[in-house]
Design a protein around this ligand. Structure first.
Ligand code: 5RP
Length: 256
């Protein structure tokens, strides 16, 4: 049962995001943090995948704070599936620490379900991802997975993508060239200095870049020589989104 809150209003923000004050059915109040919303969607995803697991199932596992909570929740069902393919070295390490086998993608035939967070999600279930610089491996795992389940707190829900700066993974020697091309497309690319991806590349974050047509923009940026990929997930959107709100977890499914 995911719906557990009855009334809420945001009261202030702090490090982990907006803190909500809720009044439950008995009339007593409780604060709900962004971390608690992330925990709620991690548990919702676990409830969703549990009846779908088979002994030989391979899961795709994403990257970030919400994905970490899902990894921790997976421990309770670790005997019910074979293992996982991770979208980052950090997630692979966390899975191994929990005793969950981690496979190289090249050694598995298929991924049954991929579970990951997002930086933005629109009503078409198109996403912006890559806040944790793992976008390329995330896109590869999503492409292979039969089903993509996205878990996010409500701060990620937007009508139109583009408020969050769009991450673009770039071959290091092409950084300036790609930045100039992104300016021609109307964005303001900023080098995420000091960050090297698991693939040895750099990240440009594109600010002030409204994205009215996510699919066209995803393809246009990927055509720039030197771009590995960008953080738009429109060609391969989520199939299911669990969105954590102070009123409970809302479920959205794709009609594609
Ligand atoms: C990492 C990602 C993450 O899914 C995204 O940044 C959301 O992270 P969090 O769950 O910590 O809010 O795309 O590259």
């Amino acid at each position: 049962m995911h719906r557990q809150f009855f009334f809420s209003r945001p009261v202030f923000t702090r490090g982990t995001g907006t803190l909500y004050y809720t009044i439950n059915a008995t009339g007593s109040g409780a604060a709900v943090t962004q971390d608690e919303l992330k925990q709620a969607v991690a548990e919702a995803a676990l409830d969703y995948i549990k009846p779908r697991l088979e002994r030989d199932s391979i899961l795709g596992i994403g990257t970030g704070s919400t994905a970490n909570l899902f990894i921790d929740a997976l421990v309770g069902v670790s005997g019910l599936f074979d293992g996982a393919v991770a979208s980052s070295e950090a997630s692979a390490d966390r899975l191994r620490r929990h005793g969950i086998p981690v496979y190289d993608l090249n050694t598995v035939d298929a991924i049954d379900i991929y579970v990951d967070g997002a930086d933005e999600c629109n009503p078409q279930l198109h996403l912006i991802k890559g806040g944790g610089a793992a976008l390329t491996r995330e896109k590869i795992v999503a492409a292979v997975a039969r089903e993509f389940v996205c878990i996010a707190d409500e701060s990620k829900w937007v009508k139109h993508l583009g408020n969050f700066p769009l991450p673009v993974e770039v071959i290091p020697m092409a950084r300036s060239h790609v930045a100039r091309e992104l300016v021609k497309l109307g964005g303001n690319p900023i080098w995420r200095e000091g960050v090297v991806t698991d693939n040895g590349n750099v990240i440009l974050d594109v600010y002030n870049f409204p994205i009215p047509q996510p699919l066209a923009t995803e393809h246009a940026i990927n055509q720039i020589v030197g771009v590995v990929t960008n953080g738009l997930f429109a060609a391969r959107p989520a199939d299911v989104v669990f969105l954590g709100t102070p009123d409970g977890v809302n479920t959205f499914t794709s009609n594609r």
